[in-house]
Design a protein around this ligand. Sequence first.
Ligand SMILES: C[S@@+](CC[C@H](N)C(=O)[O-])C[C@H]1O[C@@H](n2cnc3c(N)ncnc32)[C@H](O)[C@@H]1O
Length: 295
Amino acid sequence: MASPLKSLVFDDSRYQKSFKLFLERSTEHQCMQDFIHKLLPDILAGVGNGKSHLNVIGVGSGAGEIELEMLSGLRLKHPGVDGVDNEVVEPSAQQLHNYRVLVSQKPDLNHITFHWNKMTAAEFEEHWKVKTTCKKVDFIHMIQMLYYVKDPEATVSFFQSLLNTNGKLLIILVSGESGWGKLWQTYRDQLCNTEISQCVTTKDIKCFLDSKGMRYQSYELPSQMDITECFTEGDEKGELLLDFLTEVLNFSKTASPELKAGVMDLLRHSDCSVESDSKVMFNNNLEVIVLNQLT
Ligand SMILES: C[S@@+](CC[C@H](N)C(=O)[O-])C[C@H]1O[C@@H](n2cnc3c(N)ncnc32)[C@H](O)[C@@H]1O
C-alpha cells in the first residue's frame, strides 16, 4: 500500500536544509574524500586509454564538493589530459547555483567545460537519446542519488551502456549493513514512497548485478552520524535530521505515534547505533560499487 506520508524529496528547500545538516553531523563527505585520495586514483588509472580529452558525467551532483575533488583526482592521475567535458545532472536549482558558485571560486578548472543540466537522471537519459547516440563516456559517477529514481537498476544499466572502453561507472550508496539498511528492512513499507524507490542500498544493487552475472568491485566506507538531537522532543535540528533519516517531510508531526515510537526505538537500538559519551552515533557506512564497460 502506498505510504500516506509525504516524501521529503518533494520539498527541495527542506530537503537541502536537512541534507546540509546531515553533512555537518556525519562523516559522510570525509569518508568519501578519504576514498577519493586513497583508492580512486588506482580505479581511474586506465580511463581514457591515453586520450587527451575525457568525457565525464555526474548524476545527482549536488553542490559539487565531492565531484570537484574527483575531477582534481582525475587530473592528477592523468596530467596529459588537456580537456574534460563534464555533464552535471542535477534537478535542484539551488544545488546547481551552489555548484556554479563553487566553480567560480576555484582556480585550475580551465581545462573543464561544465555543461549544466537542470534535470533528473531520467530526463537526462531522454535528452541524451535525442541529442546524441554515439558519444562515449570515460567516467560516470552517481553518488548518493539512486534513492531518487523510479528504477535504480534501469538507471545503472543505461549509464553503464554509455561507458567507453576502460570507462568506469562509480556508484556510492549506503551499505546494506548500515543503520539505514536496518531501518529500511524494518520500515520499508511505511517509509518508502512507491513513486521513487528511496530505500535502496548497495545490497540491492549487488543482488541485481549478481543476478545478471555482472562483475564489479566494491569498497566499504566506514562512516557515522551523530543523531543525538533527534531524541530531544521538539528540537528543530533533531526534527530536520529525522526528516532526512526517514525521508519523510515533517516526520515527527505527521507519522502515527506507533510508527514514530518504533522508528525512534530502532534508531537507538544497537542494530543501528552505538551510544557513548551521551551521544547516539548512527551507523552511516557507505559502499562504493565500480562497474566497467558492458562486454
Ligand atoms: C544526497 S544528495 C547527494 C549530492 C552529492 N552527490 C553528494 O554526495 O554530496 C542527492 C542529490 O541528488 C539529486 N537528485 C534528486 N533526485 C534526482 C534525480 N531523479 N536524478 C538526479 N539527481 C537527483 C538531489 O537534488 C541531490 O542534489
